[in-house]
Write a protein that binds this ligand. Structure first.
Ligand code: PEP
Ligand code: CO
Length: 449
């Protein structure tokens, strides 16, 4: 068995310190919700989780590339068919750019269908002398600054499960039912992107793909194959709310192994990755692929401890290290990490999150990120891997298919003063559709070389 289950149960995390958990006002109501959740069907199946792990094993060796992205924090009010479709469309567009221009099979993982809980830097927030609970994501409380809205409500966990289920249902319909077909590559281009330089590059590429498919058909190869007319999108979120994750953890009837069936892949955040903490204890016993966020102040000994605790048998595909180091620090702090992990012979997927250490407050007061910083962290990530002889295996973005103005820069050069015009995120700033496509073209150039 590749996972260490000595003294592990799905509730053994309760014997350890769990940071970033809500203080629910009423325990009876929490127990009631959790026992309901534990009887509900799993959201994903163990077999799918195993296929994702096998695909990720290919990203360890550079034979596939991981594209993970979506909202910083999903909102219940935004779980609508158009929003789900737009997120899927931009992920499909980015992925086809990476596959066609970058010549690599792409593993698509959404920050979607369950990304409803957020870690916060403080437990409370004070405005005009009033102190309330911090907003911890829609699965815990509401963002509005009133006592009622900020009081944690365990029923939101049940609502989160239902929202995740309906999101997944539509995603499965879209990806299996023809929407994700390579014959529709052109249709994924959005009107507001189509006339931009990125939209035009995309359109040219889409025409070439169309031609290639028509050529195949002309010579008698059917385009009816699932590789062409179906696609697969896996789901992921931060495994933060341990009570919820425990309630969705089930024993697979085929293998007898435990899986957290709330999503295919789970990651452990920069703030909750203590080797002796409850989040690591919980994740060590489930068989899902696990992402570990690593920020610039990491200790090498902690990172190694985390990897050996979570992956004692060094199974490829189990661990993805998601580095989020910042464009200014990456050059200095990534090389020692790569060297040590390589020296130890640990099998990991190396993924770059160029978002979380590049956040700043704009002159307009908005929390933002600049496109050049994002691109510069990614470029440095690739260059460092090339010089260290390690494999840059993936990227991790906060992004949306909508035409938001949350990150500055990009081909349209959004400036600070323009951020207010369509700033919609309830947490961190996301790349909009055009910026996402632009970054995908840049990465494609890097993964091909
Ligand atoms: C996140 O991915 O939304 C997040 C909070 O990241 P990190 O743990 O890396 O800060
Ligand atoms: Co975020």
């Amino acid at each position: 068995m590749a996972i260490n289950q000595t003294n592990w149960t799905k509730s053994s995390w309760k014997n350890f310190t769990a940071l970033q958990q809500p203080s629910w006002p009423d325990q009876d109501s929490v127990e009631n919700v959790l026992s309901n959740l534990s009887l509900l069907p799993p959201l994903v199946f163990a077999g799918e989780i195993r296929s994702l792990k096998q695909l990720l094993a290919k990203a360890v060796t550079g034979d596939a590339f991981l594209l993970q992205g979506g909202d910083c924090s999903e909102n219940f009010s935004q779980v609508t068919a158009p929003n789900i479709r737009e997120t899927l469309k931009i992920l499909l567009q980015m992925s086809v750019v990476l596959t066609y221009a970058g010549e690599k099979p792409v593993i698509k993982v959404g920050r979607i269908a369950g990304q409803f809980a957020k870690p916060r830097s403080a437990d409370t927030e004070t405005k005009d002398g009033v102190t309330l609970h911090s907003y911890r994501g829609d699965m815990v409380n509401q963002a509005e600054f009133t006592e009622a809205a900020r009081t944690p409500n365990p029923k939101f966990m049940l609502k989160g499960y239902n929202m995740a289920a309906s999101t997944l249902n539509l995603l499965r319909a879209f990806t299996r039912g023809g929407f994700g077909s390579l014959q529709r590559v052109q249709a994924w281009n959005q009107e507001f992107v189509a006339n931009s330089p990125m939209g035009r590059s995309y359109d040219r590429m889409a025409k070439q793909i169309d031609q290639a498919i028509r050529f195949m058909e002309t010579i008698g190869i059917s385009a009816d194959a699932p590789q062409i007319n179906q696609t697969q999108l896996f789901t992921s979120h931060e495994a933060l709310l341990l009570q919820y994750e425990e309630a969705l953890t089930r024993k697979d009837s085929i293998t007898g192994d435990w899986y957290d069936c709330s999503a295919h892949m789970l990651w452990i955040g920069e703030r909750t990755r203590q080797a002796n903490g409850a989040h690591v204890e919980f994740l060590r016993g489930v068989h899902n692929p696990i992402g570990i966020k690593i920020g610039p102040t990491y200790e090498l000994s902690d990172v190694k401890k985390l990897i050996t605790t979570l992956n004692p048998e060094n199974e490829a595909g189990r661990i993805t290290i998601i580095s989020r180091l910042g464009s200014k620090k990456i050059e200095k702090v990534l090389p020692p990490l790569l060297r040590e992990i390589k020296r130890e012979g640990f099998n990991v997927v190396w993924s770059c999150d160029p978002m979380h250490a590049n956040t700043y407050t704009a002159t307009s007061g908005h929390k933002t990120r600049n496109f050049n910083d994002i691109l510069s962290e990614i470029t440095c990530f690739f260059e460092t891997h090339w010089s260290e002889g390690t494999v840059p295996g993936g990227v991790h973005f906060e992004m949306t298919g909508n035409n938001v103005t949350e990150c500055t820069g990009g081909a349209h050069n959004i400036i600070d003063e323009e951020l207010a015009s369509n700033y919609l995120t309830s947490c961190d700033p996301r790349l909009n559709a055009e910026q996402s496509l632009e970054v995908a073209f840049q990465i494609a150039d890097m993964i091909r070389s």
